[in-house]
Design a protein around this ligand. Structure first.
Ligand SMILES: NC(=O)C1=CN([C@@H]2O[C@H](COP(=O)(O)OP(=O)(O)OC[C@H]3O[C@@H](n4cnc5c(N)ncnc54)[C@H](OP(=O)(O)O)[C@@H]3O)[C@@H](O)[C@H]2O)[C@H](O)CC1
Ligand code: K
Length: 501
């Protein structure tokens, strides 16, 4: 896992690396700037393209000056630097890089407080005004310059963080900040890049390694973690010779109503494709023909009106409840019966989450290690309204701990909060997956992995990753606009096999 740090810890990581590698601070800046350039030259190979750098006088600005010099060494020949002298202070590494840049043929302009901003005819803009040192919203000259740059409507590449955008903590609504087409960020994505508030400011980001001490970063034991493919490869177990369907557990999905049988079919199919040894669906009687024809692999327990279905609780390794279940009195009675009789972790999704939201006392009665899979609206119904995602992130951590549950908060970079107080950000998935029924598929995968004896937190992290990865494998190479849930399900065995290879 890649630990994600808040800005204060990023500064500590810098200081530790400088003192213990050891490396001088200006050489760390040089390393960061070279890492930036390494990525930049691949994306912007045209050396005749006019590029303007807007640099502040702190270390973000120092990076900007170093990057301009290094690009000049690479024979980029239309480089202009504008230094925003809005503060009396300038950092030592800014000063050192200013002296170095003066030795090159890069044009340097100084922009004083309150003066007119010069015309800009560049094609590409590098934003190195402010980075992770931002400590208040932009105002005055900074705000004026940032609005000017945004109005130019050019391709903007931000160094480390778009100027004015807070790397962590609550992002003020309608904040004035650079709208970057690309952010080349140092060492780790900043936590707020992974939350929806970043959408207007960060079109895409790339994290480049600048050699901050990994030992130190891990010692901070950050609650925020970024899940990468290597982490999933480590957890995923191979299927062995001489194993049989009993080895891989029995999933029971309690889902569907007459008009929402699709949800039951999708979640059951996903469970079977994600490797559950046996899958049973508890569905309304009217859905039996659909189940038998669509999924001959899946067994059925049928539900009749006003009758509680007969369930042999001990037979099932895990139970998932909710997709298409409805929220009527019968659904509530069924949910209560499940909670009363079943003592292993449950997976709770969709309508079952809304029933929990309306009957909050049930939340504290769920078996330890149970998994909730809310999207934003379901999350707020359960835990109260939130005005931003940073708050939601904090609540997910607090509630997962307090209730001894895992919470999968669905979004781009879906967050899994665990009872151990961690929040894992997923790194797979794409907008082609934004389609009805995708959540039902995820529920089926989570249940299948629980049945295969993965610990609840691992089952969540893996399921979310595999779900997104299957979507990426379908959508990205084929440039698909939409990936339908049924298609994604058939990709699951392929994706899982690749991850085990
Ligand atoms: N490990 C790394 O990631 C490395 C990062 N590097 C680069 O360093 C910056 C962070 O540099 P820093 O000097 O700490 O901060 P900034 O350049 O972002 O800001 C400079 C000063 O600006 C002031 N400030 C903050 N907010 C505002 C504002 N809204 N308006 C005006 N001025 C503001 C603040 O100073 P004060 O004294 O006024 O509080 C900032 O200190 C990081 O982003 C990377 O680009 C290193 O190069 C290598 C390692
Ligand atoms: K910046």
């Amino acid at each position: 896992m890649l630990p994600l740090l808040i800005s204060e810890q990023i500064r500590e990581g810098d200081a530790y690396t400088i003192a213990n590698e050891p490396i001088s601070s200006v050489n760390l800046m040089e390393r960061a700037s070279r890492a930036f350039v390494g990525w930049f030259v691949n994306r912007f190979p045209d050396k005749n393209e006019p590029i303007t750098f807007y640099c502040g006088t702190g270390n973000n600005g120092g990076d900007g000056l170093a990057i301009a010099r290094i690009l000049c060494d690479h024979h980029y020949n239309k480089l202009n630097v504008v230094i925003a002298r809005f503060s009396e202070k300038s950092s030592d590494d800014f000063k050192a890089n200013y002296e170095r840049l003066k030795q090159t043929c890069v044009t340097i302009k100084e922009l004083e407080k309150g003066t007119q901003i010069p015309e800009d005819n560049s094609r590409v803009i590098i934003d190195a005004l402010l980075g992770s040192g931002l400590n208040k919203p932009l105002a005055g000259d900074y705000a004026r310059l940032v609005n000017f740059i945004n109005d130019l409507d050019k391709t903007v590449v931000a160094v480390d963080v778009p100027t004015g955008f807070f790397s962590d903590g609550e992002v003020p609504q309608n904040a004035i900040a650079i709208k970057a087409g690309l952010v080349i960020t140092f060492q780790q994505p900043k936590i707020n890049f992974l939350l929806p508030e970043s959408a207007p400011y960060v079109d895409c980001w790339e994290a480049v390694n600048i050699g901050i001490s990994e030992k130190f970063v891990h010692s901070l034991n950050s609650p925020y973690q970024f899940v990468e493919e290597k982490d999933i490869r480590q957890i995923l177990k191979p299927r062995h010779h001489f194993s049989n369907k009993g080895t891989y557990g029995h999933v029971l999905l309690i889902a569907g109503q007459e008009k929402t049988m699709g949800a039951a079919l999708l979640s059951s199919s996903a469970a079977a494709h994600a490797g559950a040894g046996l899958t049973t669906a508890c569905i309304p009687e009217s859905g039996l023909t659909a189940l038998n024809s669509y999924l001959p692999e899946v067994m059925a327990i049928t539900r009749r009106e006003n009758t509680m279905p007969q369930i042999e609780w001990d037979k099932f390794s895990t139970i998932a409840v909710g997709p298409g279940l409805g929220k009527d009195g019968e659904a509530l009675a069924l949910l209560k019966t499940i909670i009363k009789n079943y003592k292993k972790p449950l997976v709770i999704d969709a309508d079952a989450l809304n029933l929990l939201a309306e009957n909050k006392e049930l939340l504290t009665m769920l078996p330890a290690g149970s998994i909730l899979t809310p999207h934003m609206k379901e999350f707020d119904r359960l835990f109260g309204t939130h005005s931003n995602w940073w708050q939601r992130l904090q609540t997910s951590i607090v509630k997962a701990k307090e209730l001894n549950l895992c919470i999968i908060l669905k979004n781009d970079y879906t967050i899994t909060a665990t009872p151990a107080g961690k929040a894992y950000f997923n790194s797979t998935g794409n907008p082609a997956m934004a389609s009805g029924g995708m959540g039902d598929v995820l529920t089926g995968i989570v249940a299948a992995l629980l049945a295969q004896k993965y610990k609840p937190a691992d089952a969540c992290i893996m399921a979310v990753y595999i779900h997104g990865k299957a979507g990426d494998e379908l959508a990205l190479p084929n440039r698909m606009n939409v990936v339908l849930p049924g298609k994604l399900i058939t990709q699951l065995p392929v994706t899982m096999a690749k991850l085990k290879a």
